[in-house]
Design a protein around this ligand. Structure first.
Ligand SMILES: Cc1cc2nc3c(=O)[nH]c(=O)nc-3n(C[C@H](O)[C@H](O)[C@H](O)COP(=O)(O)OP(=O)(O)OC[C@H]3O[C@@H](n4cnc5c(N)ncnc54)[C@H](O)[C@@H]3O)c2cc1C
Length: 446
């Protein structure tokens, strides 16, 4: 399924976005301090760089610590996934969060609040405000509703039911665009259009007329509100062309963009579904995935092909065409490497013209997001080196009723089984932040 000018790219999985004008506002913060922070080991003992999580509200530190402690423990994670799968597919009213108000309250104030933005416009806009107050440039907003293969058999048989599914996706997506603010992104999940869309995506067939007109109306509203759109890569079965083949796919897309003269929007991800994607399409080892990711990032930011992202033909110009990049990862090393490239470019006074953003999911890797922003909030930190843009950090926020978000939450938990080590790092960072606050409170009281 294709929509105009959307191109998807990834490392083990990926996504795309409509490119629109993006700002690259420069702040007067010095590059050298920040460069040190991201390239030296150990980081400099500068006080303002020592507590990136200091910006988080206390309640959020406590909640994150609780959730991260469960999800970084292989022993606790299993019963958690078991419980979530009961909540996502309730077989009785007791397990149904839309029918059991006590359960709804418990879920909403713990795991839902950690990973989801809200149930309505007021709650969602509150969450967006909180994220922006941390210094993030904006959000990537997505509607949680989704249809899984075989879930709605009525719609597979009945044209009216299929149309109703598309209409529901359309209404939800229009509301999402309406909730987003100028410069934010809205994630488009095409499988959300239901069983029919799933079938067409699997066959790589064109959308129906009704789907196409719905997508175009979403695009029109997004353009009129200055909101950018990102097409979810979802998984290989519905969006083929990523995983290990990413460098070749990306090189092809770059060449098309060069020939047709448009700016390519690239959202680069490692891919989330190790347990379900065909194994032979994924790199053999984690280090291979990491190397691919980092080298593709390097090629994109320097706008030069390299041994990973190779020019598709020998006649391809050495310089990559115009592109914008979102580095969507929770991997601290990848983020640090990308940021170091950008800082080095700034120190050398290079006129970098790739609009670069970083994205992490709400409730995940807050220490990575906050570390990127550390040092950029206060121009007085400057020591006089070249001015450098504060990084564009985005958080991916998913909204919907508690019930609608259960599938999303279950997937997050399952995804975590592949990343217990990384989650442990986040838990350690959150615990260190809690200790720091307790120490400070104790010192003040003495
Ligand atoms: C804003 C945003 C949007 C995203 N959208 C999508 C999307 O549409 N589709 C999608 O698939 N993903 C998507 N992702 C990626 C996904 O959610 C996780 O971020 C990702 O799977 C975890 O990788 P990481 O880069 O964060 O960190 P890491 O924890 O460093 O990497 C984990 C990843 O490494 C790879 N890996 C792990 N073990 C091995 C191994 N033994 N061999 C080879 N490779 C291995 C897998 O891809 C695994 O998921 C998105 C991420 C973000 C932040």
């Amino acid at each position: 399924m294709k929509t105009a000018r959307a191109v998807r790219v990834g490392t083990t999985g990926a996504n795309s976005r409509f490119v629109s004008g993006t700002s690259n506002t420069r702040s007067s913060v010095a590059a050298s301090n920040i460069l040190q922070q991201f390239t030296q080991s150990p980081p400099p003992p500068r006080k303002s760089l020592a507590a990136p999580l200091a910006k988080l509200p206390f309640s959020s530190v406590l909640r994150s610590l609780l959730v991260l402690s469960v999800s970084s423990s292989p022993i606790l994670l299993k019963p958690c996934i078991y419980t979530l799968s009961h909540l996502a597919h309730p077989r009785s009213a007791f397990w149904d969060v839309s029918k059991n108000p006590l359960l709804n309250f418990l879920v909403k104030h713990t795991i839902y609040k950690q990973f989801n933005a809200g149930e309505n416009k007021v709650e969602v806009q509150d969450s967006i405000r909180n994220i922006k107050q941390l210094g993030c440039r904006g959000v990537l907003l997505g509607y949680a509703r989704e249809v899984l293969v075989g879930e709605n058999q009525d719609a597979a048989r009945d044209e009216k039911a299929a149309m109703a599914e598309i209409q529901m996706w359309f209404d939800g997506t229009m509301r999402t665009v309406d909730m987003a603010q100028q410069g934010d992104f809205v994630a488009l999940k095409f499988t959300g259009m239901g069983t029919d869309a799933l079938r067409l995506l699997q066959k790589e067939a064109d959308p129906t007329e009704f789907m196409d007109s719905s997508i175009l109306k979403v695009c029109d509203l997004a353009i009129s509100r200055g909101v950018r759109l990102l097409v979810d890569a979802e998984e290989q079965a519905v969006q083929p062309g990523y995983l290990r083949s990413t460098p070749a796919t990306l090189a092809r897309h770059l060449e098309t963009a060069r020939q047709e003269g448009y700016t390519l929007g690239v959202k680069l991800v490692r891919g989330a579904y190790m347990k379900t994607e065909p194994r032979h399409l994924i790199w053999a080892k984690k280090e291979d995935t990491d190397r691919c990711y980092d080298e593709v990032v390097e090629a994109l930011l320097t706008r030069k092909y390299n041994s990973m992202l190779q020019a598709p033909t020998k006649d391809t110009p050495a310089e990559l065409p115009s592109l914008d990049v979102i580095i969507a990862t929770h991997n601290r090393d990848s983020v640090r490497k990308a940021h170091a490239i950008r800082m080095e470019q700034a120190v050398r006074g290079e006129d970098y013209d790739v609009d670069l953003s970083y994205a992490q999911l709400q409730g995940m890797a807050d220490e990575v997001s906050c570390e990127l922003l550390e040092g950029f909030e206060n121009a007085e930190n400057s020591v006089g080196a070249s001015p450098v843009a504060a990084p564009n950090v985005f958080k991916l926020l998913t909204w919907g009723s508690v019930q609608e978000c259960m599938g999303f939450l279950l997937r997050r938990a399952i995804e975590n089984t592949e990343a217990v080590g990384r989650t442990k790092d986040s838990q350690v960072a959150m615990f260190a932040e809690l200790k720091r606050r307790c120490r400070n409170a104790f010192a003040r009281s003495n």
